[in-house]
Design a protein around this ligand. Structure first.
Ligand SMILES: Nc1ncnc2c1ncn2[C@@H]1O[C@H](COP(=O)(O)OP(=O)(O)OP(=O)(O)O)[C@@H](O)[C@H]1O
Length: 230
């Protein structure tokens, strides 16, 4: 595994449009207290980067800034030279999330929850539904497509959330503890799918507590108390 990028290449510093890496420079985030403190990291396209650290170390906050949900107090998060923060808190179209709290609509079916991610990006409903079914199949839950999400187990919901994040083929995929509810077999499936996303050229970042997930990633960045420690 390569070391963290506390010294960025000159291309990354410039946010060269050719690199398509996601680059955070000197990001500090203060909300009552300092939750991130001068974080500079590069998440390369085509690689799966693990983001580890104790509970409360700032992983979710960092992913939120990296994906444009939160505005850094100072510093920048950029993809190919374009700021991730657009001023609204809505992520760019290039970004997809798999969130820790899933963010699914409980009364909709699993298929609908996945399909709406594509419909929101302008895909025709029939095409979105078809792609949603294929995405559910990637996570071994094709048979759950018609089930309301509120009837599913925690692990099944997490796999629906993965399907929804993965289905859009985003340039940047940010996954917050995507395997926390999963057994070993399903964890392996999610890890293989994360690798597939990186193989097609996406920036893939996985916040995790799980050493087995860290081990399976190409790169590893660790946070402690809002600072990069490796
Ligand atoms: N909106 C907020 N306002 C103030 N403090 C917050 C806010 N969100 C998170 N925090 C605090 O920021 C710190 C970092 O939280 P964050 O969720 O980023 O950590 P984490 O590493 O993802 O933790 P976990 O592994 O438990 O999910 C924590 O101390 C948390 O209590």
């Amino acid at each position: 595994m390569r070391p963290p990028h506390d010294r960025l290449s000159s291309e990354q510093r410039r946010g060269d449009p050719g690199t398509r890496d996601l680059v955070l420079e000197h990001v500090t985030y203060v909300n009552g207290r300092t939750l991130l403190d001068d974080v500079s990291v590069a998440f390369p396209a085509g690689r799966v980067t693990a983001l580890s650290g104790p509970s409360g170390s700032g992983k979710t906050t960092l992913l939120s800034i990296a994906g444009g949900l939160l505005e850094p107090t100072s510093g920048t998060a950029e993809l190919a030279g374009r700021e991730m923060w657009t001023g609204s808190g809505d992520p760019r179209q290039e970004v997809a999330f798999v969130l820790q709290v899933y963010g699914l609509v409980p009364i909709l079916s699993a298929r609908e929850n996945v399909s709406i991610a594509l419909r929101a990006r302008g895909t025709a409903p029939a095409d979105a539904d078809e792609a949603a079914e294929a995405a559910l199949a990637r996570f071994g839950i094709a048979d759950l497509g018609e089930r309301q999400v509120e009837e599913l187990s925690g692990g099944q919901m997490q796999r629906v959330a993965c399907a929804r994040g993965f289905v859009v083929g985003a340039e940047v995929l940010l996954a917050d503890e995507p395997t926390s509810e999963l057994d070993e077999g399903n964890r392996s499936v999610v890890l293989a799918e994360l690798r597939e996303e990186a193989a097609r050229g996406a920036v893939v970042v996985v916040a995790t507590h799980d050493p087995a997930v860290v081990e399976a990633c190409d790169l590893h960045i660790a946070l402690d108390e809002g600072r990069v420690v490796r």
